[in-house]
Design a protein around this ligand. Sequence first.
Ligand code: GAR
Length: 201
Amino acid sequence: MKNIVVLISGNGSNLQAIIDSVENGAINGQITAVISNKPEVYGLQRAEHSHIPALVLDHREFDDRNLFEEELISLIDDHKPDLLVLAGFMRILSSEFVQHYLGKIVNIHPSLLPKYKGLHTHRRVLENGDTEHGTSVHFVTAELDGGPIIAQRKITVEANDTEQSLQQKIQQQEHQLYPQVVAWFCDGTLRFEDGQAVFTD
Ligand code: GAR
């Protein structure tokens, strides 16, 4: 059984979807810690509700990013992760950090990567008049939102869509996609090899 550590910064609805899949046996793993860089976010309550250690490491208490990341690595490694899941974790990570977990760190991003790296993806989709949008799960590499894509889900953008409605539709897709990817990693179907996402079947 694989150990999973989840990093969050907020609501944690993707965390919840993964917790649910662990609890119903769809993921062959256990979540050994949830760590937030922001105190008092709802995702921490979700973890506590499922009796998962819920920890806070507030980046504002550190003088620079290196010191924050050193402490974050130490906290994560205390919980012996086979897989590190970024679920709405809104800090940019250094290449040293990423290197430490290379091949076992994944992220979910609300766009059809490589389109719309960075922030405000729903707004940019609307501004550009795109007719399709989506979400991507990828292995994390040093390039922001640029690691190899594992899987994507698409939605159609309707004429009356708003940033909010797109966010809702995208999150519905995310809550199916992310647990599926975590399950693939945990059962060995998915791995990172030579800088690529590789599937056994
Ligand atoms: C998710 O929609 C995720 O795609 C996005 O943050 C949201 C977190 O929601 N991530 C990013 O924008 C990363 N660049 P949640 O806290 O309810 O899971």
